[in-house]
Design a protein around this ligand. Structure first.
Ligand code: FAD
Length: 387
C-alpha cells in the first residue's frame, strides 16, 4: 500500500521503517526543515530500546549517550539533598538505560529509513478527504495526492488529529505545568551528573548535552495556562514565572535566548478511538504522556512498530487499526495514569513540602526499594512479541 505518514519524528520514522520492511511504500511529510539541531534530553529504555535493537540502531545510540552517572536533588545552597545513582536506575529498569538527546534518536531513525521512504521536509497536510477506496490529501504547497492510508505521527499538537478527529481541546488533559528548555555554556562544573533543584511551584533541571561544554537547562513551573505564550513573549514569560528564583536559576535565566526557546505545556492526549476510516494516529498524537512518564519516546517507537506490524498481519486496515489500538492502549493508559500521579507531587508548592520530598527521596532511592521504584517508573508491561 502507498501510505502517507504526517510527522517525521520518533513515531513517524519508526513507522516508515517497519512499513517498508513489510513491503509497503511510505511517504513522510515533516513540517520542519531538514537537519534540526538542539533539543532536549530523554531517558530511553524498555520497549523503545527493544524496538531500536530490532532496527539495529541500539549500538549507535549507546555510543552517543549523554554522560549521566547520577541525578542529584540539590537545595538552594547547592548541597545534595538526595541522589539517584545510575546503578540503581538500571536495577529499577531491569535492562539497558540510555540518556540521549532527542535529536540523537531522531537522527539514528532518519538514517535507518532515509533510503526506504520518500521523506519530504518543510511540508504539511492542510486537508484530508476520505473515500471508500482511499484518502485524498492536500499539502501546504497546494499539491494534491491520493494514498491508501494516512497515519498521523505529528506529535501532541497533531494536525492530522485536528483534521480527522476534532479540535485538540476535545482530547487534551493539562497536567498544570509548563516547561521550557535551551542550551547554556557549562560554567557550572557539572560533570557527568544531572541536577534537579526545586523551589515552591517550580523546578530547574540542568544536565550535560551531547556537545562538549554545553548543558541543557530545563524549567518546569505550575500554571493553569493551557498553551504556551507566543514565541516573542516566551523569554519574558519564563522570567516572570521564575521571578525571585535561587541564584542558580537566575543565572540560567540570564542565558535564555531571545529566539529558539522551546516551551510547551504538559498535556496528555486521551482519545476514545485512535482511528477513523483509513486514518489512524500513533505516538504523542493519540497518546501523549508528558515528560513526567519518561516513556513518551519509547512508546512512540512501540506505536510505530506495532501499527506497521498490525497492518502486516491483517488484510483489512480496520481490523489492523483495532488490533493495534487494543494491543497498545492499555500500556499507554497505565503510563499516563502513573505520569499524572507523579505530576501531582513533582513540584511541591511550599518549602516544607520540598524538604519533605528530599527526605522521602533520601529514604526511598535505595536498593531496598527497587521493587517500589519499579512499580512507579519501570517499563513493567511486555508489549512486543518475542520475535
Ligand atoms: C522536555 C521533554 C523531555 C522529555 N523526556 C522524555 C524522556 O525522558 N523519555 C521519553 O521517552 N520521552 C520523553 N519526552 C517525550 C518524547 O519526546 C515524546 O513523547 C516523543 O518525542 C513523541 O514522539 P512523536 O514522534 O509521537 O512526536 P514528536 O517527537 O513530537 O514528533 C512529531 C513530529 O511531527 C512533526 N510535525 C508536527 N506537526 C506537523 C505537521 N502539521 N505536519 C508535518 N509534520 C508535523 C514535528 O516537527 C515532529 O518532527 C520528553 C519530551 C519533552 C518535551
Amino acid at each position: 500500500m502507498r501510505i502517507l505518514i504526517s510527522g517525521g519524528g520518533i513515531a513517524g520514522l519508526t513507522l516508515a521503517y517497519w512499513l517498508h520492511r513489510y513491503g509497503h511504500t511510505p511517504v513522510v511529510v515533516e513540517r520542519a526543515p531538514h537537519g534540526r539541531l538542539g533539543g532536549y534530553g530523554i531517558d530511553f529504555f524498555g520497549t523503545g530500546y527493544d524496538v531500536a535493537a530490532r532496527m539495529g540502531i541500539a549500538d549507535r545510540l549507546a555510543a552517543h549517550q549523554l554522560p549521566t552517572e547520577s541525578i542529584r536533588y540539590v537545595d538552594g545552597a547547592g548541597r545534595v539533598a538526595a541522589r539517584l545513582d545510575r546503578r540503581l536506575l538500571e536495577k529499577v529498569i531491569r535492562g539497558p538505560y540510555l540518556a540521549l538527546m532527542h535529536t540523537t534518536l531522531e537522527e539514528a531513525l532518519g538514517d535507518a529509513v532515509h533510503d526506504k521512504a520518500d521523506i519530504r521536509y518543510g511540508r504539511s497536510i492542510t486537508a484530508i478527504e476520505q473515500s471508500p477506496g482511499g484518502v485524498g490529501v492536500t499539502f501546504t504547497d497546494g499539491d494534491f495526492e491520493s494514498f491508501d492510508l494516512v497515519l498521523g505521527a505529528d506529535g501532541v499538537h497533531s494536525q492530522t488529529r485536528e483534521l480527522a478527529f476534532g479540535p485538540e481541546g476535545d482530547f487534551a488533559h493539562h497536567l498544570g505545568y509548563a516547561m521550557a528548555c535551551y542550551p547554556v555554556s557549562d560554567t557550572y562544573g557539572l560533570g557527568p551528573h544531572r541536577i534537579h533543584h526545586s523551589e515552591p511551584g517550580r523546578q530547574t533541571i540542568l544536565y550535560p548535552s551531547d556537545v562538549p561544554g554545553q548543558l541543557i537547562a530545563l524549567f518546569l513551573h505550575r500554571t493553569q495556562d493551557r498553551r504556551p505564550p507566543p514565541r516573542a513573549q516566551r523569554r519574558t514569560a519564563l522570567r516572570g514565572a521564575f521571578a525571585d528564583a535561587s541564584p542558580l536559576t537566575a543565572q540560567l535565566l540570564d542565558a535564555a535566548p531571545e529566539e529558539g526557546l522551546f516551551m510547551d505545556t504538559l498535556t496528555q492526549i486521551t482519545m476514545p478511538s485512535w482511528h477513523t476510516g483509513r486514518i489512524a494516529l500513533t505516538g504523542d498524537a493519540c497518546s501523549a504522556m508528558t515528560l513526567t512518564s519518561a516513556q513518551g519516546a519509547s512508546m512512540a517507537m512501540a506505536g510505530g512498530y506495532l501499527l506497521a506490524q498490525a497492518l502486516h498481519r491483517h488484510d483489512d486496515h480496520r481490523a489492523a487499526f483495532l488490533a493495534y489500538q487494543n494491543r497498545l492502549r492499555p500500556a499507554v493508559q497505565q503510563r499516563q495514569q502513573r505520569a499524572r500521579a507523579f505530576a501531582r507531587s513533582l513540584v511541591p508548592a511550599t518549602r516544607p513540602g520540598i524538604a519533605a520530598q528530599h527526605l522521602i527521596s533520601r529514604l526511598v532511592l535505595r536498593d531496598l526499594f527497587t521493587g517500589l521504584l519499579r512499580r512507579g517508573y519501570g517499563d513493567t508491561t511486555s508489549i512486543l512479541d518475542r520475535t
